[in-house]
Design a protein around this ligand. Sequence first.
Ligand code: FAD
Length: 456
Amino acid sequence: TVSVVLFTSDLRLHDNPTLHAALSGADEVVPLFVLDEAIASAGFAAPNRRAFLADCLTDLDAGLRERGGRLVVRTGDVVARAREVAAEAGADEVRTAGGVSRYAQRREERLRRGLESDGRRLRVHDATLTALPPGAVTPNGSDHFAVFTPYFRRWSRERPRDVLAAPRTVPVPATIGSDRVPARADTAGVSEGLAEGGEKAGRKRFAAWKRSGLAAYEDGHDDLAGDMTSRLSPHLHFGTLSPTELVVRARRAGGAGAEAFVRQLCWRDFHHQVLAARPDASAADYRTKHDSWRSEESAGAEIEAWKAGRTGYPVVDAAMRQLRHEGWMHNRGRLLTASFLTKTLYVDWRVGARHFLELLVDGDIANNQLNWQWMAGTGTDSRPNRVLNPVVQGRRFDPEGRYVRRWVPELSGLAGSAVHEPWRLPEAERAEYDYPDPLVELAEGRDRFLRAREKG
Ligand code: FAD
């Protein structure tokens, strides 16, 4: 018998329940990845993610070849291509990981119906993309948790499934044709400092960080200049690392750093279970707030300044420039730039979320849209009207100003935390720096937001 394994966001050989089940039940498997034209035409295949994806596919193909197999790549409509390949291979079934976005849910439904009409079966593996499958724990009377802390409590009590070893051999039928596996070099417009993709790179990064970063994570994770977080988010987004395996191995390492890291992995599961139950939350407010947000039309110049890292608030600008340069941004930067856009500038969170998705290598519908909603106060945050002050944030999380000087070289002549308030310099000295004045007074922005929220 033959089984087709349709890879999506699980581009790995280690701890892959979908691949594992296919290999246990069939004589041969067809490891298939479809370069999905619908994702590209929806604008979701941004250059940074396309480049990272190419690394992942190249590495997956190499890993399969080491095991006597290879990756089959096709291009077009994912359902049509999967059905075609299943027919060519004479497969009984297609297996795939269960996704949470509206798109993934529809893809699964279309695939199920299409395969059924071909006399084949779709099998979906839920414990692949998150440590705990969405819906595995629910509060009384609801299909998902809307508040993180009770979710975390329940989530922590569940025992993760067993971690699966990578297969030794992957027998693939010789007759199935494949398109060329894409290469990173095929993609233009990639951020200069983009990380390397692929399961090997991901495992190496985790091993190194577990040794040198995990123990200090609890104290260091908010230190902007220290850059002490794991940077595993793109690997989790593309599934080159298994969230279950990370939870199990971090817990085994133990300590306060590991606990804090596992809690962040739970945040990821949390947002996934919200989106699985409420796929509309990718675009619509999770909790309606009747905000009269400013839009691209009404706040165009300010939005452009925010995107370019020219708001006049150094820590905001540093983070926005890191995003452009690396296709990644520190979590503290994401929080304070999102607060600045939605609250200080009172711009619609969807404008910011879209810009992040254009650049983030880990750009993810569940994590991005729901974190934006969390910060905009339309989502699951229990303090929806909190406004972060970028000067206070800068002084607290970049006390020596090193992060700002790294990303805003115009200000590198300013020592220490003075770099967070260049407008305080004497006029003549201020003129020496080619750096804009603040786009808006912080108190003014804050009042505008709070007044609008009171009315809503
Ligand atoms: P670490 O601190 O090492 O954390 C480990 C892992 O836990 C991360 O890789 C991530 O998978 C998960 N995690 C950590 N924090 C969160 C969180 N708040 N929500 C969900 N999962 C979390 N994360 C994305 O993966 N994709 C996104 O598109 C994304 N967009 C965001 C947008 C905004 C406005 C904000 C405030 C946060 C966003 N995040 C997103 C969450 C978080 O900022 C990143 O996951 C984190 O910065 C990635 O760096 P790291 O891997 O070093 O994280």
